[in-house]
Design a protein around this ligand. Structure first.
Ligand code: LIP
Length: 263
């Protein structure tokens, strides 16, 4: 299948899963929820959407591997599909709009395709590595003329995988430097926010690759800077992720983990 064919396939499947998630949210069964850990939940809809996505990928790309948040690995001999069936599960289950379907493709050496579909926000972002990124079909290129002239804003995520004090220290340093922050509860919304100009950066100290893979393809295709562990490592262990449009000076220093510096 062509490079563009893979992107249109991933976009179609993300929209199918979005429709399924919206349908399931209207049924009590769809919102049956299990706790995977503190601040970490999975609904019947998460599993149903991932099952749908995995079935469509296995049918179209039987040789490929699949890594999904809820069902883990299906080993293959070609590339790897990276799937978060519903990113922002708590937001989805509570009926708030900050949630999305995330599908990415790793060709064995780099992340090549990314799609984030946020049904309640009416946002669908898609990109092939190297760009351009598309938001609702319109090309997006982030540059000095596209950065807001209002006060800088960063979207941040947090989970219990890292010390709360680190997060609070980062928020204090950012706000003391005049950088406001938003906490969306879904990494995908942070990535779409950078693409759409809602925020200037997204940071989370420990993200799983299924939360981030599609978003990284999108923001890098739109000419933003991203930092994270090498994908070959990220596939197997969480990584800190920072993406930025360049509007916030010395951002890397502001979010640096001071406990490591203090030693
Ligand atoms: C969520 C991430 C978010 C993180 C949450 C959770 P989920 O993904 O998108 O950035 O802070 O702890 O991991 O679990 O809703 O798919």
């Amino acid at each position: 299948m062509s490079v563009d064919g893979i992107l249109s396939f991933a976009t179609s499947v993300a929209k199918e899963a979005g429709d399924l998630a919206c349908e399931l949210r209207r049924s009590p069964q769809g919102l049956l929820t299990e706790a995977k850990g503190p601040m970490d939940f999975v609904t019947h809809a998460d599993r149903a959407c991932e099952n749908h996505i995995r079935a469509r990928i296995a049918d179209a790309f039987p040789e490929d591997s699949i890594l999904g948040e809820e069902s883990g690995w299906k080993d293959g001999t070609a590339g790897t599909w990276i799937v978060d069936p519903i990113d922002g599960t708590q937001n989805y289950a509570r009926g708030t709009p900050n949630w999305a379907i995330s599908i990415a493709y790793f060709d064995g050496s780099s992340l090549t395709h990314g799609v984030i579909h946020a049904p309640d926000l009416g946002q669908t972002a898609a990109a092939v590595a190297g760009g351009p990124a598309y938001l609702n079909g319109d090309p997006v290129q982030i540059g000095a003329d596209s950065v807001s002239n209002m006060s800088p804003v960063i979207s941040m995520g947090y989970s219990l995988r890292t010390p709360l004090q680190n997060y609070l220290g980062q928020v204090e340093r950012l706000m003391s430097a005049g950088v406001d922050h938003r906490r969306h509860g879904a990494a995908t919304i942070g990535f779409v926010g950078v693409l759409a100009g809602w925020v200037d950066a997204y940071f989370e100290a420990s993200l799983n690759i299924w939360d981030a893979a599609a978003g990284l393809v999108l923001v890098e295709a739109a000419n933003c800077r991203a930092s994270h562990s090498p994908v070959a490592e990220f596939l197997h262990a969480p990584s800190a992720v920072l993406v930025q449009n360049g509007a916030i000076p010395a951002l890397d220093d502001l979010i640096a983990d001071r406990t490591l510096i203090q030693g």
